[in-house]
Write a new protein. Structure first.
Length: 169
């Protein structure tokens, strides 16, 4: 009987917790990789070449797993992005959609105070490479540099170079 009980206990221990009706702790988004882009969270006034370009509000949603961007440009354009860390791929991702229906999908990494994301778009049959870099500045501001290439990365032009400063309450 003791051998039978020991065998049953061993068998039970080898069954995954989920099959025994127990749930393993679920991962959350509180780790350092998930928090790497938090420097962009806030309400911002955005300028380019010392001219007002628009406003941006970056909020945390889904228990801190998504940075949700809400852009309003001075020219009337709007857009939103969803930014998230994908632990299965070890990448940061951004999905941008604007009021004209333009979509941009980017992926990349955070290192040395910079979030670097790359992707490509297709416009008029031409593949355009995209690079976005977000710089965490010492004064609490954020610089976003968006560069594009229409020649496979041989040359790059600046699409947007914006400075985000926190709105004053």
């Amino acid at each position: 009987m003791a051998t039978r009980t020991a065998a049953l206990l061993l068998f039970t221990a080898l069954i995954p917790a989920t099959l025994r009706g127990q749930t393993a702790p679920r991962p959350d988004c509180s780790g350092p990789n998930h928090r790497a882009f938090d420097f962009w969270v806030g309400d911002w006034d955005v300028t380019t070449n010392n001219q007002v370009a628009g406003t941006n509000s970056i909020t945390l949603t889904q228990a801190g797993c998504i940075l949700h961007e809400h852009w309003i440009g001075t020219g009337g354009g709007t857009g939103e992005s969803f930014n998230f860390y994908d632990r299965s791929r070890d990448t940061w991702n951004q999905l941008w959609i604007d009021s004209s229906g333009n979509v941009l999908r980017l992926a990349g990494h955070y290192a040395d105070g910079e979030m670097r994301l790359t992707g490509e778009t297709l416009r008029g049959g031409v593949t355009i490479l995209q690079k976005l870099t977000f710089f965490k500045n010492d004064d609490g501001s954020v610089r976003q540099l968006w560069e594009s290439s229409r020649d496979g990365g041989k040359s790059w032009g600046v699409s947007f170079d914006g400075l985000y400063t926190k709105k004053k309450n």
